[in-house]
Design a binder for this molecule. Structure first.
Ligand SMILES: *Cc1c(COP(=O)(O)O)cnc(C)c1O
Length: 386
């Protein structure tokens, strides 16, 4: 079915669609740990659900097709997917990560993989010439996010893939913020795509899951081995929920993005707002690159209030938008990067990279946009020093 249908249709009918046996339009939930064998050495193609499960296999085929890759793998969380991909490397290898990768990605490298002799270095992946200088022989991969948290920094994915190819190393993209509906890194030459499917792919803030897609048979075999050997697999019920979530990804994201564009514009014109970070706004960092490599700017918007506004009062005054970590659900969420997602970064470093105490990150949901803008406006008004 690969490439036969447009993405809106592939989201609904892609991968292994329905059930051959009964004609059910949905993939059944094969809630089983093991499969009876017909005789010694005669299995049905399924043996044990860590190794493979038909519901999970349907999801894995679906994400591979959506990302235009060769094979997909489903894990119990985004971090389990990332840890499995990092298990491809050996002692002595080094991985370059972009300066604003997800905190958990940094943490697993710094606190776990480092102990096994896999080193990392943090680089500004928007500066390609400087990046190339860092490619010493022990560097085996470059891992980037675009746009990246929380300043929505855009990295040129095609250029990163090109540099990786030139040096014979792997390019890895965490595509959580965009999803294959908005951006398909493998089409740009990237080797491995990662997802926290907890976010937009699931879309309803009701499950934790991770996905990986590779575009090479040998890599697929190695990752299948790691997935089975380390065992962080996604269960059948969560696999079903994720397939169900993915079916509506297109319509959800259309509304998410429509709302995000309006919110970014509204905030940009607000007298209380010092700066808006949104890759879909003309003039934003990486606006042209993002336009080339993605369908639009996505639905994450960050903004900074002027110092005279009381940030604590802003957050406590919001009525519709919930203060919470995570993103990508149908409901709008807000977070304060300086004290929440990026609290582990020292104050001086935060100031330097632009994660100021006045910075606010929004995951724009699919509610009515005027309700969202009204909530933001009244909370900003409440936060004004009196
Ligand atoms: C949430 C997130 C992760 C981690 O995923 P979990 O499902 O929470 O384990 C990784 N990368 C990005 C960009 C994320 O937003």
């Amino acid at each position: 079915m690969l490439n036969k249908y447009k993405i809106e249709s592939a989201l609904i009918h892609g991968g292994i669609y329905g059930d051959q046996q009964t004609g059910a339009v949905n993939v059944p939930i094969y809630q089983t740990s093991t499969f009876e064998q017909r005789g010694l050495g005669q299995n049905t193609g399924w043996e044990y659900s860590r190794t493979g499960n038909p519901t999970r296999a349907a999801l894995e085929a679906l994400i591979a097709e959506l990302e235009h890759g060769k094979a997909g793998f489903a894990f119990s969380s985004g971090m389990a997917a990332i840890a499995a991909v990092l298990s491809l490397f050996h002692s002595g290898d080094r991985v370059i990560i972009s300066s604003n990768v997800y905190g958990g990605t940094f943490r697993v490298l710094d606190k776990i993989f480092k102990n096994f002799g896999i080193s990392y270095s943090i680089e500004d992946t928007t500066d390609l010439a400087a990046l190339e200088q860092k490619l010493t022989p022990e560097v085996k991969a470059i891992l980037v996010e675009s746009p990246a948290n929380p300043l929505l920094t855009v990295t040129d994915l095609k250029a990163i893939a090109g540099i990786a190819k030139k040096y014979g190393i792997l390019s890895i993209v965490d595509n959580t913020f965009m999803t294959p509906y908005l951006q398909r890194p493998i089409e740009l030459g990237v080797d491995i795509v990662l997802h926290s499917a907890t976010k937009y792919l699931g879309g309803h803030s009701d499950l934790v899951a991770g996905l990986a897609v590779v575009n090479d048979e040998e890599l697929a075999q190695r990752l299948a081995f790691i997935q089975n050997a380390t065992g962080g697999v996604l269960g059948p019920f969560d696999s079903f929920l994720l397939i169900r979530g993915i079916k509506t990804l297109g319509v959800r994201l259309d509304r998410h993005v429509e709302n995000a564009e309006k919110a970014a514009e509204h905030l940009q014109n607000h007298r209380a707002v010092k700066k808006v970070y949104y890759p879909g706004l003309p003039g934003a960092q990486g606006f042209e690159i993002n336009k080339r490599q993605a369908k639009n700017g996505g639905a994450m918007v960050s903004f900074e209030l002027y110092e005279k506004y009381n940030i604590k009062r802003f957050f406590s005054s919001l009525k519709l938008i919930a203060l919470a970590e995570s993103l990508g659900g149908v409901e709008s969420l807000v977070c304060h990067p300086a004290s929440m997602t990026h609290a582990s970064i020292p104050y001086e470093v935060r100031q330097k990279v632009g994660i100021t105490d006045g910075l606010i990150r929004l995951s724009i949901g699919i509610e009515n946009i005027s309700d969202l803008l009204m909530d933001l406006d009244q909370a900003i008004a409440e936060s004004e020093a009196r």
